[in-house]
Design a protein around this ligand. Structure first.
Ligand SMILES: Nc1ncnc2c1ncn2[C@@H]1O[C@H](COP(=O)(O)OP(=O)(O)OP(=O)(O)O)[C@@H](O)[C@H]1O
Length: 255
C-alpha cells in the first residue's frame, strides 16, 4: 500500500522542558511529523519520550521553543491519546467508556452510542459493549482504550507505551490490529516504546532519543512495505533493521 507522508501535522522547534523541580527533561528537540506517518520515539528510560508526547498533546507546555499543530490548536477530536494504563472508568461498561469523549463534545446520545459501538467493533470487541472493565483481560481493556482514543476520528494518535504491560502474544496481536486500523483510517501515529522489536515492526520512522538531558540523537527510517505481518516479523529484513536500531540505541545509551 502507498504510505506516502504529507505536510507536518506537528512540529517541534528548539523545544526544551524543565519541570518545576528543576529537572531538565528534554533540551533543544527539533522534530516534524508528516501527515499519515507512523513514527516511534525510542530511547532509554528517562530520555524524555513521555515528556515530548505530553507536550504534543498539549497536556503540558514547553519551557522554551515552539510546538506547532497543523490545525492551529489542540481542538477536541484532533488528537487521541493512549496511555500505558487503559485508564477506563470501572463503573462504566465498555460502550459508555468509549462514548465519553463524544458525550463531552456534545454528540447526542444515540449517535454517540452508534459511533462507540462501531469503534469497539473496529478493535475486535463487537459483543462486549456491556462488559465492565473488571470482566475484560488486559489486552481487551487496551483495545477499549484505543477505541476511545479513535472514536472522535483524530488526525493524530499519540501512544505512550500502550502495550508494555501485555504478554508477548497479546502484544503482537495488538501491533497487527493497530497497523490495520492505521492503514484503514490514515491517522498519524506517534508511538513511544522501549522495544526495538516493536518499533521496527510498526514504524516507518524511528526517532532515537538519549537521556541527561533528553534529546534526539538519530532519526532512521524502516523502509519495509505495509501491510506488515508475520512474514515481515520473521524476515531477514526485519532482523537487519532490528540490528541497526539496536546499534543506534546502544550508541544513544553510550553518549
Ligand atoms: N512531572 C514531573 N516532574 C518532574 N520531573 C519529571 C516529571 N515527569 C518526568 N520527569 C523527569 O523528566 C525526565 C524525563 O521523563 P520522561 O517520563 O519524559 O522520560 P521517558 O523517556 O518517557 O521515560 P520512561 O521510558 O521511563 O517512561 C526524567 O528524568 C523524569 O524523572
Amino acid at each position: 500500500m502507498d504510505v506516502g507522508v504529507g505536510a507536518p501535522v506537528v512540529s517541534l522547534a528548539g523545544v526544551t522542558k524543565r519541570y518545576a523541580n528543576g529537572t531538565l527533561a528534554v533540551r533543544g528537540v527539533d522534530m516534524a511529523i508528516g501527515q499519515g506517518d507512523f513514527v516511534s520515539l525510542l530511547g532509554p528510560s528517562g530520555c524524555g519520550k513521555s515528556t515530548v508526547l505530553r507536550m504534543m498533546a498539549g497536556l503540558i507546555p514547553p519551557s522554551a521553543g515552539r510546538i506547532e499543530m497543523a490545525s492551529g490548536g489542540h481542538a477536541t477530536g484532533d488528537v487521541g491519546f493512549v496511555f500505558q494504563e487503559p485508564t477506563l472508568a470501572p463503573w462504566s461498561n465498555a460502550l459508555k467508556n468509549v462514548m465519553l469523549p463524544l458525550r463531552l463534545a456534545g454528540v447526542p446520545k444515540p449517535e454517540a452510542e452508534a459511533r462507540a459501538a462501531a469503534a469497539l467493533a473496529s478493535v475486535g470487541l463487537a459483543g462486549f459493549e456491556k462488559s465492565y472493565p473488571r470482566a475484560l483481560s488486559g489486552g481487551m481493556k487496551m483495545r477499549v482504550s484505543i477505541a476511545r482514543a479513535l472514536v472522535t476520528k483524530p488526525r493524530l494518535l499519540l501512544m505512550d507505551e500502550p502495550f508494555a504491560a501485555l504478554d508477548e502474544i497479546t502484544r503482537h496481536k495488538l501491533n497487527n490490529d493497530l497497523l490495520t486500523l492505521w492503514e484503514a483510517e490514515r491517522f498519524t501515529a506517534i508511538f513511544v516504546t522501549h522495544s526495538v522489536f516493536e518499533s521496527v515492526y510498526l514504524s516507518r520512522r524511528i526517532v532515537v532519543m538519549a537521556a541527561r538531558p533528553g534529546r534526539v540523537v538519530e532519526d532512521l527510517s524502516v523502509d519495509a512495505p505495509y501491510p506488515r505481518g508475520e512474514v515481515f516479523r520473521t524476515s531477514a529484513a526485519y532482523a537487519a533493521h532490528c540490528r541497526d536500531i539496536s546499534a543506534a540505541l546502544s550508541r544513544a545509551m553510550g553518549e
